[in-house]
Ligand binder design. Structure first.
Ligand code: ADE
Ligand code: ZN
Length: 327
């Protein structure tokens, strides 16, 4: 369709994509074959079945199974370059990719193997795919303050090239944002940006806490913000962008459909909405697919679509000529 061509031609950025969740069927198949004890299916049909989610907890179980396939720098490199190829195919020029070092270290991959795979993968992404990658190291919230402290220390002691932010992911229910305040404060003092998930699976109070306690500069998801007029007002006047991942929210059963997604109300309130994929192959989506779904559902004009792509660049932590080049 004409709209599909408009979407494909737009230069885009991706601000909310998890490295583990970006593994395509091909990548997971080859990793599963290399690590047969994992229990992850090795054929494409079985994998697609495996990737069909019943609910958010089931999604996280699948996600964690794929994570356990990552044993050395070669596995990480394979994953990063696979993501870069997928991004290039979406005409996505820049991505802030969420990596969860604490989980990888728990699974037994040495820190230097992880860092080496990220660095060589990032270099190959730029050289072979023309995609500029940045990293968000995120805290797996369900593992508590120990994970918070160790993620911060890992980030600041290694300070890999391309690291721009500290994040907070995992389930939100029973995982208060405020307990992570010391780590976000220290990260911000060290020049990293604050990008927690909030309001994906819980209400607006979690988003308020992300803003007040963690100094959030962007909100991962923020889906529930539309149920609180004061919060909508706050996010609007402070220009705090939302990393909206519409299909992800449908797949994890947080919203019934794209039609019913609060993205319409976010835009109506003038919020800085960006479109993202979260865990693209796991949710069977692409970045262009998300743009197209929202454009069709909201009947956006090409100029409004271009505005959404531009929002992504504005909300990004790109600096200097690279930022100017995309604006
Ligand atoms: N990790 C990977 N995807 C996630 C999501 N959508 N929410 C929280 N943690 C995640
Ligand atoms: Zn996410």
């Amino acid at each position: 369709s004409a709209l599909r061509d408009v979407v494909a031609a737009l230069p885009k950025v991706e601000l909310h994509v998890h490295l583990v969740g970006s593994a395509g069927i091909e990548t997971v198949t080859s990793l599963a074959r290399r690590h047969p004890a994992s229990g992850v299916p090795t054929d494409a049909a079985q994998l697609r079945e495996f990737f069909t989610f019943r609910d958010f907890d089931h999604f996280l179980k699948v996600y964690w199974a794929v994570q356990q396939l990552l044993r050395d720098s070669t596995d990480i490199h394979t994953l990063v370059t696979g993501l870069a190829a997928d991004l290039a195919a979406q005409n996505c020029r820049y991505a802030e990719v969420t990596v969860t070092p604490y989980n990888h270290l728990l699974d037994g991959i040495p820190g230097d193997e992880l860092l080496t795979g990220l660095a060589t993968g990032r270099a190959a992404a730029a050289e072979e795919h023309g995609v500029d990658l940045a990293w968000c190291f995120d805290i797996p919230g369900e593992k508590g303050t120990k994970a918070g402290k160790e993620t911060l220390v890992f980030a600041l002691t290694n300070r890999p090239e391309g690291l721009v932010s500290l994040g907070l992911g995992g389930p939100e229910v029973g995982v208060g944002r405020a307990q992570f305040e010391p780590y976000f404060t220290a990260a911000r003092e060290a020049g990293l940006h604050s990008v927690p998930h909030a309001g994906e699976t819980t209400g607006p109070a979690t988003i308020w806490s992300a803003v007040h306690d963690l100094g959030a500069e962007r909100i991962g998801h923020g889906t529930s913000c539309t149920s609180d007029p004061a919060l909508l007002e706050y996010l609007g006047t402070h220009g705090i962008p939302l990393e909206v991942c519409p299909t992800s929210n449908v797949c994890t059963r947080q919203v019934p459909s794209i039609e019913a997604h609060p993205v319409r109300r976010m835009l109506d309130h003038g919020l800085l909405v960006t479109l993202n994929t979260d865990d693209p192959p796991m949710f069977g989506v692409t970045l262009n697919g998300e743009y197209l779904a929202v454009a069709e559902t909201l009947r956006l004009r090409p100029a409004e679509l271009a505005r959404l792509a531009r929002n992504g660049v504005e909300a990004s932590f790109l600096e200097g000529p690279a930022r100017a080049g995309l604006l």
